[in-house]
Design a protein around this ligand. Sequence first.
Ligand SMILES: Nc1ncnc2c1ncn2[C@@H]1O[C@H](COP(=O)(O)OP(=O)(O)OP(=O)(O)O)[C@@H](O)[C@H]1O
Ligand SMILES: [Mg+2]
Length: 288
Amino acid sequence: MQQALRIPVSGAEAIDGTDLIGHAEAFRNARKPSLTAPPAKSETRGLPLVIRDLRKAFGDNEVLRGIDLEIPAGQFVAIVGQSGCGKSTLLRLIAGLDKPTSGTISFGETAARPEDIRVMFQEPRLLPWARVLGNVEVGLGRERKAAGAHERARQALEEVGLAEKRDQWPAVLSGGQKQRVALARALVSGPRLLAFDEPLGALDALTRIAMQRLLERVWADQTFTAILVTHDVAEAVALADRVLVIEDGRIAEDISVDLPRPRQRGSAELAALEGSILGQLLGPGTAG
Ligand SMILES: Nc1ncnc2c1ncn2[C@@H]1O[C@H](COP(=O)(O)OP(=O)(O)OP(=O)(O)O)[C@@H](O)[C@H]1O
Ligand SMILES: [Mg+2]
């Protein structure tokens, strides 16, 4: 069963002409007013996150060695760090998919419900035997059989620009489209915290930029708290309010990205910030 759930990602898939037009339209449509004026904190439905002295060891391997972190409701936080430094481990702990060795993770005053927190992974993990709409409905969990489930799934598909693909099988979709279905599945339950583990890592450069804009737009529209693990520092500074660098099992840097949205990719300010974070990641004297 587990095997059947795994669908290989076809790597950097080329996008065809139709997709390119779709992306160009998505770029234009993405310029919604909400992006230029991000929601005030009081309007957010995001969950705040407070982590205290979080530790996680696998046998002798102490991966997280005392993480202390406060994320206000609705903030967009990116996490970067060298491969194996514990980024996915941290996300799994936040999402409740694994248990800490010690320390605490809390979400404000109210207890988070399972549907409040969703994770999106690098592989879309779609069910091959279910059509696109059915795949999105999976994200509703227990509410999948409730009245209105179809409509909620349809709206989530519309949010990611894929309403017309509702009756398709996953196998006929491009890599970028599969990730958009996975995003719709994550959004359909109306999560208050969405964690992304390298969700765009397998996409080609153009599709990746279109997806980054889509992520930013749905975050601005839906006001959840976003935690994005990425290897791509340019992506981190383009999207996040704040970038955390993990090193030696702790947060080594906590950098605020205080630039207005939508951000100008390729701007001198973003490039300078990216350079300084890369310098931190690669060590002294290595950033160009
Ligand atoms: N279930 C597990 N059992 C044993 N060790 C694990 C387990 N999960 C992770 N680890 C170890 O914890 C460390 C951190 O892994 P993790 O997947 O969190 O790294 P990462 O920062 O996400 O790396 P990458 O950027 O390559 O995805 C690694 O040394 C890994 O081998
Ligand atoms: Mg990882």
